[in-house]
Design a protein around this ligand. Sequence first.
Ligand code: HPA
Length: 275
Amino acid sequence: MKDIDSDLLQTVKKRLPLEFLPETAVVLGTGLGHWVDSLDRSRAVPYFELPGFPESTVESHQGRLIHGWAGSSPVLALQGRFHLYEGYSAEEICLGIRLLARLGISNIIFTNAAGAVNPLFQTGSIMVIADHINHTGHNPLLGKNIDHWGPRFPDMSRTYDHSLRKTALETGARLGIRLEQGVYLGVLGPSLETPAETRAYRMWGADAIGMSTVLEVITAKHMGLKILGLSCLTNQNLPDCMAETTLQEIISQAETTGKNLSRLLTALIPKIQTH
Ligand code: HPA
């Protein structure tokens, strides 16, 4: 683990109006970046202008740190993330999360695109992550611990905050958006799963599979943030009737589901400011 570079902190403080420090930050995954267009008075810094930040190689990810307003609530957003399958280390992937925590946010909402392995979950639904399985084979906390960031062995027994989940479910119900709840399994990628793998993951208790989020969540938990995870289910990943899945389909389905996700985020953020 390396401490956050002071150049990075200074650059962000110079470029964004952090006198309006948000309580909540959002990480926007594949095809889900459009929500930031709905923010008022938004200011953005491209990742390539942030010292030490890796550059996103995924076309569907825009790569910007954004400060804006959802109604009367300020919010920070990472539009675009980094993945292990792009060749980045776990530590590089999690730099943005460390930065947000160092800036002083309290809540973090992770969004992602995922394949549904629970046969009852429909493509186009949103799943509130109740728990996760880190099957990436990586961990961002390897190496010397930075004790003022968090403990050597962070507890993961209640990682996804109960009251944030409850608020998300209530907000979804009020907006008429059906939300599932389940276990997200994080894989390394970039190859998708074979039928045998999907069958095994289902037996482990997974409801959805994706290639992100789990390492970022470990980092956020280590730094004591309250965590909410929202997966947009872009395809059904069922071993006995497996359909071919392409990135294009995943992105286009994420953009469709992203409309509901955007409504949910906009309604949710002002509500969790007071937590
Ligand atoms: N598997 C892994 N990652 C994914 C999937 C999937 O089916 N869908 C979207 N991201």
